[in-house]
Ligand binder design. Structure first.
Ligand SMILES: Nc1ncnc2c1ncn2[C@@H]1O[C@H](COP(=O)(O)OP(=O)(O)OP(=O)(O)O)[C@@H](O)[C@H]1O
Ligand SMILES: [Mg+2]
Length: 239
């Protein structure tokens, strides 16, 4: 078996207790790519991210990061290696201010040692956060909260940033801003694994994409090709 991608899943079966959700999920992400995982409600997108980040342990199959088998590694070790997750629903600390939320994201040794550098980096990426350092997260708008959630995920200087539906609940203008940010992150050298229900916006910025239906990958290929396929247009683009 040849493992050559930055992140690679091989035949992952996973779920919750007796509940089998993911069936032989295989996918790969190369360094520098934006790759999307698309699917409808309950398809298994978040479960896939949980398996990659170590929040759940697969029943079978393997996960490789930088050619290393990380399937059995605890969460913190994966973060330390450069895998970062921006979770579904943002999961900020509403009673904490911006800087405190960013501190909560910088819990690895690597991040603690380089905290000031990382802070400067994310403040450059998100100048609005810098202007409002002391604002409580709970009082920010949805778009600003999503920016903060992304910034927190970046505090560990990840090689790959996984994002779970970053555009959820945002007005179209803010969705655009989030997707522009994702493209900017790629230019900064961060590899992106994007989970989205907003298939059009995700495919527009992605190199490749996978489609998951009831826990199985049913389609994958270059984003441009998927955008032009009838079955994708009907099921996910509403065309
Ligand atoms: N903690 C859990 N315990 C039991 N079942 C769960 C749990 N979390 C998710 N599920 C089930 O697993 C299946 C896949 O859920 P998952 O959250 O991965 O879907 P999703 O593709 O992320 O959906 P959405 O777009 O709604 O976020 C669903 O049937 C869901 O009900
Ligand atoms: Mg989900």
């Amino acid at each position: 078996m040849v493992i050559h991608m930055l992140l690679e899943l091989k035949d992952i079966n996973a779920g919750y207790g007796d509940l089998h959700i993911l069936w032989d999920v295989s996918l790969g992400i190369e360094r520098g790519e934006i790759v999307s995982l698309l699917g409808s409600n309950g398809a298994g997108k978040t479960t896939t991210l949980r398996a990659i980040s170590g929040l759940i342990r697969p029943f079978s199959g393997s996960i490789y990061f930088n050619r290393e088998d990380i399937t059995g590694y605890p969460i913190h070790r994966r973060v330390e290696m450069g895998l970062s997750l921006v979770p579904e629903g943002r999961q900020l600390f509403p009673e904490m201010n911006i800087v405190e939320n960013l501190e909560m994201g910088a819990y690895t040794k690597r991040a603690e040692e380089n905290f000031q550098d990382a802070l400067e980096w994310v403040f450059n990426l998100f100048p609005k956060l810098k202007e409002r350092k002391k604002q409580l997260a709970g009082t920010m708008s949805g778009g600003e909260q999503q920016m903060l959630a992304i910034a927190r995920g970046l505090m560990n200087r990840p090689e790959i940033l996984m994002m779970d539906e970053p555009s959820m609940g945002l007005a179209p203008k803010l969705v655009l801003e989030i997707f522009n940010t994702i493209m900017k992150l790629r230019e900064e050298g961060v590899t992106i694994f994007l989970v989205e229900q907003n298939a059009k916006a995700a495919l527009d910025i992605s190199d490749r994409a996978y489609i998951i239906e009831t826990g199985r990958i049913t389609l994958h290929g270059p984003a441009k090709e998927l955008l032009s396929m009838d079955e994708v247009r009907k099921a996910y683009l509403g065309i």
